[in-house]
Ligand binder design. Sequence first.
Ligand code: 2HA
Ligand code: ZN
Length: 276
Amino acid sequence: MMNIIDASFVRGFVKMADDGFKQGWHERNGGNLSYRLKTEEVEEVKPRLNCPGEWLPIGTNVPGLAGDYFLVTGSGKYFRNIIDNPEACIAIIELDDKGENYRIRWGLVEGGTPTSELPTHLMNHEVKKKVTHEKHRVIYHAHTTNVIALTFVLPLSDEIFTRELWEMATECPVVFPDGLGVIGWMVPGGREIAIETSKLMEKYDVAIWAHHGMFCSGEDFDLTFGLMHTVEKSAEILIKVMSMNSGKNQTITEDNLRDLAKDFNVNLPERFLYKK
Ligand code: 2HA
Ligand code: ZN
């Protein structure tokens, strides 16, 4: 039996976390990632799991996930460190038969608890497991700079964000044809924001938290990272376009250029001085 850190789902998880860090989406302990293990993956790692510790409350109930196992990032852990020290930064957790409590079965060897956004991750997983007929397994939260910036400027509406982001890259409507949802600022880390986010996940694979970041859901690491990357890149293009259209408050005028030409004895052709 191989080491847990060599299992392919663990390697995929660690690579995705590092890719997100390299994009600049995970300052300090920002962001979190979770993956719902397949039955065969649970069987594969079971001989190496730790003896069960105590059951701890999830902070919400997710009966649709009773007995499931998840690989999750740890609360307060830095994405930057995951690649060098996965066993200290991530954990495999098991849920009880009611979906109310979890216990740690591997990882977090220097202590700690699963991500502070565990309620949102698990409520999103519960919704997505149901609506995708068990296909979606990855929930990813990142502090994507350009999407966050847009939430200070655009109206916080699903329709406006979807339309604006679709328009910025031809691929976007193909990559997220169902659109995306937006919620106004809320206190992170608890059940209230988890409920609002999981409502959006009934309809969309992307939920934006105003002034905070984004959640994406997908079947595997590639699709989920790719979705986050596509939406964030579209937001970057939109910001560049909006920035270029912002207009000038003052400038070097036609007459200034004529005066300059005279004093410096250069010829500036008139056809370059007029603005179309
Ligand atoms: O610090 O991103 O939303 C982790 C977070 C909380
Ligand atoms: Zn966050």
